[in-house]
Design a binder for this molecule. Structure first.
Ligand code: 2IT
Length: 447
């Protein structure tokens, strides 16, 4: 049962934009978690915190015209959702994917606000991107698009205002083109974007950070049950930056990564991914074709299942690393039937609400994306610190800080999500801890 005040605000938001399915889903999940906080703290309703926290402080939407390799003009829509700046400058990635719309970016910005709060670093929540599809585009087309995108975005961002980074479809190449155009327009070289190249202001470990942080978090979840990751079977979806980092760290820790996936289907490799296979994920990505099928041609141990998701395999640990709502209620039932022990969401809102309910009802150790994947943005925060201080930390320094941050996030989930029976509800823990911090800052800063 949702708290009465939360339900009232959710109903208003539903009536205002009933078509924003992803956004309403993310708000519902958070509101379902924070009932006890609302009831114990009357300041929240008095200060209309739920009304305020569910409306982005600012949304910019703009035209992105560019010229393709045939000399034809193309037009996409670009956005930046500056969700909440109570605890720091807006911070969050840019997503270039055909599914991008305001509902998706509002959900991502809303999640980002709580995730960033969990990192303990001073970063507000934001997200942006475009409905542009990088699939099959040449480097020159990507550059043309990125430069046009930044020509508008640059007036809305800055190192103390809003600091974008990558997300799906935006990696090192795109950040380079975006940064080049920003620098030219602003005539300033500073940390306005994170995920930069290592020779020009980027941080060591940033590209690995989301996946590494996720595995550190999983290690803590297992440790609480006196278990170790070594020898465990791990099913991963996706094959991009996040899946790659998770596969690399899992392999280093002695786990056996048995699946990766793409829009075309999934690969099952019963031998597990060794370092060559993990490195091959980068080749798949840079081909720009958005498929994983070639893995089965390259490695004999790999079997390709066209049009299927990896959640039908027998695994100890499942880690969705692709995109929102990639794991359905049916997928969850299948994983439970196959005796999965732990599910850690690495993609933002990777699991449908029915899937989360299924895991929780069956006593499966489940943790949400905003806690598990926070190592990515946390390391972006470390990149900002290095940029602001004109510093460059070693990989060991960054990794040690990342580990410490993930330990802290896990601890916050345990503190805030401990149930009467001693089990940990990581969804409640993450939402309560993130919400409390943002709400407190909003109250302190007034209206
Ligand atoms: O979802 C995320 O946290 C990201 N895409 C990373 C954001 C960032 O600013 O590094």
């Amino acid at each position: 049962m949702m708290n009465e005040y939360a339900q009232r605000v959710l109903d208003i938001r539903k009536a205002q934009a009933p078509w924003e399915a992803e956004y309403l889903q993310s708000v519902t999940e958070v509101f379902e978690s924070i009932g006890s906080v609302i009831e114990s703290d009357p300041r929240l309703e008095k200060n209309k915190i739920l009304e305020r926290i569910t409306v982005p402080e600012r949304i910019v939407s703009f035209q992105v015209p560019w010229v393709d390799d045939n000399g034809e003009i193309q037009v996409n829509t670009g956005y930046r959702v500056q969700f909440n700046s109570a605890i720091g400058p807006y911070k969050g990635g840019l997503r270039f994917h055909p599914t991008v719309n305001l509902s998706v970016l509002k959900f991502l910005g809303f999640e980002q606000m709580f995730k960033n709060a969990l990192t303990t670093l001073p970063m507000g929540g934001g997200k942006g991107g475009s409905d542009f599809s990088p699939k099959g585009k040449s480097d020159r087309e990507i550059m043309s698009f990125c430069r046009s995108f930044m020509t508008e975005l640059f007036r809305h961002i800055g190192p103390d205002t809003d600091v974008p980074a990558g997300d799906i479809g935006v990696g090192a190449r795109e950040i380079g083109f975006l940064f080049g155009q920003y620098k030219r327009l602003a005539n300033q070289f500073h940390g306005v974007l994170t995920g930069k190249g290592l020779g020009w202001g980027g941080s060591l470990v940033r590209s690995e950070a989301t996946g590494f942080g996720a595995m550190y978090f999983v290690q803590h979840m297992l440790a609480l049950k006196n278990q170790d990751i070594a020898g465990k079977r791990v099913a991963i979806s996706g094959f991009g930056n996040v899946a790659w980092g998770a596969a690399l760290k899992a392999t280093q820790l002695g786990a056996k990564v048995i699946t990766i996936s793409g829009p075309d289907g999934y690969i099952l490799d019963e031998d597990g991914l060794d370092y060559d296979k993990v490195a091959y994920m980068l080749d798949l990505r840079s081909s720009g074709r958005d498929i994983v099928a070639p893995y089965a041609e390259k490695f004999k141990s790999g079997k390709f299942f066209a049009g299927k998701k990896p959640w039908e395999v027998e695994t100890d640990i499942a880690m969705p690393c692709a995109i929102q709502n990639e794991l359905s209620g049916e997928d969850a039932k299948q994983l439970v039937a196959n005796k999965v022990q732990l599910v850690a969401e690495v993609s933002n809102m990777g699991c449908r609400p029915e899937a989360i309910a299924c895991f929780q009802e069956n006593g499966i150790n489940f943790a949400p994306g905003k806690a598990v994947n926070a190592g990515g943005v946390a390391t972006s925060g470390l990149e900002m610190t290095q940029n602001a201080g004109h510093l460059y930390w070693t990989a060991e320094e960054v990794d040690t800080k990342l580990r410490g941050i993930m330990t802290g996030i896990h601890e916050a989930c345990v503190q805030n999500g401990k149930q009467a029976d001693g089990t940990i509800n990581y969804v409640a823990g993450a939402n309560i801890a993130g919400f409390r911090k943002v709400a407190e800052a909003m109250i302190a800063q007034g209206v």
